[in-house]
Design a protein around this ligand. Structure first.
Ligand code: SAM
Length: 240
């Protein structure tokens, strides 16, 4: 076999074995994944604007529609790596100039510094994570964001159970830290939030909606829960 034929066989084999899982657990070969990234206008735009992820545009589109980010707010960003949502939130709350504006993020992975943000490394599902966050937050917050997603297992039911656990924990945390009239925005999977969670959120918030921003890929089963008008009582007010 000629050298170039051998190389083509090696490439074809590598292409078959190196596969990337999409959010739905569908497998793409590394070349198809790369092609999709290169052809994706959101990836190009993120690169141009200096956002660390194309996901930044999901938050931009959600906020353009619902207008929950305002200058001077305190925002929590759960599952913040690599930092696209934190960058957008910090910009929109004017965290660099407004002394009250601040974003507090947490992720399993370390995130490079972002002006106007405090970024913690850790598992939000750990027992001590909510208290670690509350210590940094120091008082009630205006918005709790969660874009947390466990890596796709390829088994839809398992993925659904994992993301439901994450969003439930995020909602429970939001109810502990939100100011009256605060917002909770979280990623859920197709079909929307679990019925019990939705029932609970409808008691705690004036409005609960589902939205799929255009930047969310059509082949992804993710959608976002947007809850506004928190009417519960945060634990900070209990303490005062
Ligand atoms: C889709 S990415 C978030 C992208 C981010 N919003 C952005 O714009 O750059 C999902 C993130 O959730 C994080 N994550 C998943 N489970 C987590 C957990 N239990 N605690 C903290 N972060 C978690 C992952 O590490 C991953 O970085």
């Amino acid at each position: 076999m000629s050298q170039s034929k051998k190389w083509k066989t090696v490439q074809a084999k590598r292409d078959k074995t190196v596969r990337v899982k999409t959010a739905r657990g569908r497998k793409l070969s590394s070349t198809r994944w790369l092609q999709r990234q290169l052809n994706d206008p959101y990836v190009q735009e993120a690169h141009r604007k200096g956002y660390r992820s194309r996901a930044a545009f999901k938050l931009i589109e959600l906020d353009d529609r619902f207008e929950f980010l305002k200058p001077g707010q305190k925002v929590v960003d759960l599952g913040c790596a690599p930092g696209g949502w934190t960058q957008v939130a910090a910009e929109r709350i004017d965290a660099e100039k407004n002394p009250n504006g601040h974003v507090i993020g947490i992720d399993l992975q370390e995130v490079e510094e972002i002006p106007g943000a405090t970024l913690l490394v850790g598992d939000f599902m750990d027992n001590d994570a909510p208290d670690r966050l509350k210590e940094v937050i120091g008082g009630p917050v205006d918005v709790v964001l969660s874009d947390m997603a466990a890596s796709a297992s390829g088994h839809p039911q398992t993925d659904h159970i994992r993301i439901t656990a994450l969003v439930e924990a995020a909602a429970y945390f939001a109810e502990e830290v939100l100011k009256p009239n605060g917002w909770f925005v979280a990623k859920v999977l197709a079909g929307g939030a679990d019925a019990d969670l939705l029932k609970q959120l409808k008691l705690q918030f004036q409005t609960v909606r589902h939205a799929k921003p255009p930047a969310s890929r059509k082949d992804s089963s993710e959608t976002y829960l947007v809850a506004s008008g928190f009417r519960g009582k945060n634990t900070f007010s209990d303490a005062s």
